[in-house]
Design a protein around this ligand. Structure first.
Ligand code: NAD
Length: 299
């Protein structure tokens, strides 16, 4: 039976290390700051924002929670972002998705300074991922990469199958592993005969949002299985996309849900925020502040 990849434990270790980096920045007069913008009052979004703010405070990152009414005009959201872009106390800016229908999410994401884009969703950072030099890797796939590293596996040349092709998980995940010279297959809802692909995976990463999608017959003996899915069943139980009890008998390593990928996402958000603060400080010390201002990006 598979060994468990413990995301909760790894998160805890990483967050302890963050405290040292926060203290180090403190000696230079810098407290890292993360601004979280929530438009409207989607209950799930409110929970996510609450978790992020709490995790920040636990390691000494200052959080700026900006709550805007659901009917806030797009121009006002853009003005809020412009203000935060210019605020030196803010090192990361995150806009909680989904946004109300009258706001264009692309326009809002592109308004965030690429130097504060700690979610990694700005086109500049997305492009950076494609060519292999992103500033801020998107948090969920970044967390998965660290979880994979804890197994001691070198992904070079391995068959990696990513199930799910969203912009926030599946696609960036595939790009990161391609950068590490894995052989990457991306499957999605239109893929014909999913099992034909998954059975070849040395590493299977699942982010579809479909409970029970991956059953043991679809998994190669000894595969590493990472379950990104978070699904709430009618009885309130939280499960992933993988039949955990069945698949753990075939896999060599597996992530649980909850306690696998979930805690890592927020941890990597803080990592990106600390990196942004450290980067801002270096740039300032290099007396080169202008050079690190956002490059002009034409829509
Ligand atoms: P999404 O709905 O944007 O994308 C789902 C992807 O899965 C799509 O590409 C779709 O084509 C594919 N898909 C759907 N049904 C499929 C099927 N039957 N077979 C193969 N592919 C299928 O979702 P998302 O935002 O990428 O999130 C995916 C899952 O991961 C969700 O359960 C979400 O809650 C979870 N998630 C977890 C974290 C975390 O921190 N652990 C972060 C983000 C998302």
């Amino acid at each position: 039976t598979a060994r468990i990849i413990d995301g909760k434990a790894l998160s805890k270790t990483l967050r302890e290390g963050f405290k040292t980096r926060v203290a180090q920045l403190g000696t230079q007069g810098v407290q890292p700051g993360l601004a979280v913008i929530l438009v409207g009052d989607n209950p799930a979004s409110r929970v996510y924002v609450g978790n992020k703010v709490k995790a920040c405070e636990e390691v000494g990152v200052r959080s700026f929670h900006v709550g805007l009414a659901a009917d806030t005009p797009e121009a006002e959201v853009l003005a809020t972002i412009a203000r935060l872009n210019a605020d030196p106390a803010v090192h990361g800016i995150l806009i909680q998705l989904p946004l109300p229908a009258h706001i264009d999410p692309r326009r809002v994401l592109e308004a965030i300074s690429v130097n504060k884009d700690v979610d990694g969703f700005h086109l500049y950072n997305v492009g950076g991922l494609v060519v292999g030099n992103t500033i801020f890797p998107p948090c969920t796939p970044y967390g998965v990469q660290l979880l994979l590293d804890t197994t001691g596996t070198d992904v070079t040349g391995k068959n990696v199958v990513v199930v799910g092709a969203s912009n926030i998980v599946g696609k960036p995940m595939a790009l990161m592993l391609l950068q590490r010279e894995a052989t990457v297959t991306i499957c999605h809802a239109k893929t014909r005969d999913l099992a034909q692909h998954t059975i070849l995976a040395d590493i299977l990463i699942v982010a579809a949002g479909k409970p029970g999608l991956i059953v043991p017959q679809m998994v190669k003996q000894g595969a590493i299985v990472i379950d990104v899915g978070i699904n709430r069943l009618p009885d309130g139980k939280i499960v992933g996309d993988v039949d955990f009890d069945g698949v753990k008998e075939k896999a060599s390593w597996i992530t649980p849900v909850p306690g696998g990928v979930g805690p890592m996402t927020v941890t990597m958000l803080i990592e990106n925020t600390l990196r942004s603060a450290e980067r801002a400080l270096r740039m300032r010390q290099a007396d080169d502040y202008q050079d690190w201002e956002a490059p002009v990006i034409h829509p």
